[in-house]
Write a protein that binds this ligand. Structure first.
Ligand SMILES: NC(=O)c1ccc[n+]([C@@H]2O[C@H](COP(=O)([O-])OP(=O)(O)OC[C@H]3O[C@@H](n4cnc5c(N)ncnc54)[C@H](O)[C@@H]3O)[C@@H](O)[C@H]2O)c1
Length: 273
């Protein structure tokens, strides 16, 4: 493909959570489609992030890693500033950084009754405040140029079955709609993606918390999820990345405030569409 036919040729993108899973697939796909990409992820994920950068560069793409905790406003400003200073601007953001539970949480991830307040706050901090800080920092740089912001929500935004994770994803969805409403006059589009069950580290963590240390119980948890999906399989990170690509590209030019579900039919069957 020539650079003119690439769907993000000349664009500059920030992907939070880009060291792993959906974020890594998105950063890789965006770079393959011609975007210069800043990957923002936790300093503890430096090796994973640098290997995504190396793989992008090996394929002729352009990427940088900026160690970033999305709950830290100053760090997020720095990640956005790196995109603007290194690549000359920022056109697209995918807020993929997210957690299913506090790392110290041992019980099921979906129970609220025995949840510590600091564990509740941790999930909201990353999944809602982190998205707010990311979108705020990027949108301030897009006010004159326009741009596109994509938020990783979840089918959990519409299903009250995942405890604080559901609460946080419902918050991320409403945050998306509020931002879309506020930023539309500036030609900044803001949309959310609501995947179902995608094969990533985050899903593995849910299986461990729900199934405990028993590998068979974890496998049963995954099989049950697979059987719930009308398409009868888990999703792959690339399938979600393609949705993000559609939303930030010119093909998504009339979408704002929407929630798209690349989920094998779960939202349609079990979450009201
Ligand atoms: N995997 C699924 O089944 C699924 C389903 C629906 C929604 N989602 C959402 O998609 C997004 C990506 O999840 P994934 O499945 O790729 O998970 P993942 O665990 O593979 O990747 C998440 C990334 O976010 C990073 N991260 C976590 N906290 C951070 C912080 N404070 N600052 C910066 N980076 C941070 C992690 O280091 C990791 O690299 C999340 O928002 C998740 O809630 C995932």
């Amino acid at each position: 493909m020539t650079s003119e036919t690439l769907r993000l040729s000349g664009r500059r993108a920030l992907v939070t959570g880009g060291a792993s899973g959906i974020g890594a697939a998105t950063a890789t796909l965006f770079a393959a489609e011609g975007a210069a990409v800043v990957i923002a992820d936790l300093p503890s994920h430096c090796d994973a992030a640098e290997s995504v950068v190396a793989s992008i560069e090996k394929d002729g793409g352009v990427a940088r890693f900026v160690p970033t905790d999305v709950t830290d406003a100053t760090a997020v400003e720095l990640a956005v500033a790196t995109c603007v200073d290194t690549f000359g601007g920022i056109d697209a953001v995918v807020a993929s950084a997210g957690v299913s539970a506090h790392p110290g949480r041992t019980g099921s991830f979906n129970s609220l009754l025995d949840l510590e307040p600091e564990h509740f706050a941790f999930v909201l901090d990353v999944n809602v405040t982190g998205v707010f800080l990311t979108a705020r920092a990027a949108a301030r740089r897009m006010l004159d140029t326009g741009g596109s912001i994509v938020v990783l929500a979840s089918i959990a935004a519409k299903r009250p079955t995942a405890g604080v994770y559901s609460v946080s994803k419902a918050g991320a969805w409403m945050l998306t709609r509020c931002l879309a409403h506020e930023l539309a006059p500036h030609r900044i589009r803001v949309n959310a993606i609501g995947p179902g069950y995608v094969e990533t580290e985050l899903l593995d963590g849910m299986a461990r918390r729900s199934g405990g240390p028993d590998a068979d119980a974890q496998a049963r948890w995954r099989t049950t999820r697979e059987q719930q999906v009308p398409l009868q399989r888990l999703g792959q990170p690339l399938e979600i990345a393609r949705t993000a690509l559609f939303l930030v590209s010119d093909e998504g030019s009339y979408f704002t405030g929407s929630l798209l579900h690349p989920d094998g039919g779960v939202a349609s069957a079990f979450a009201g569409g």
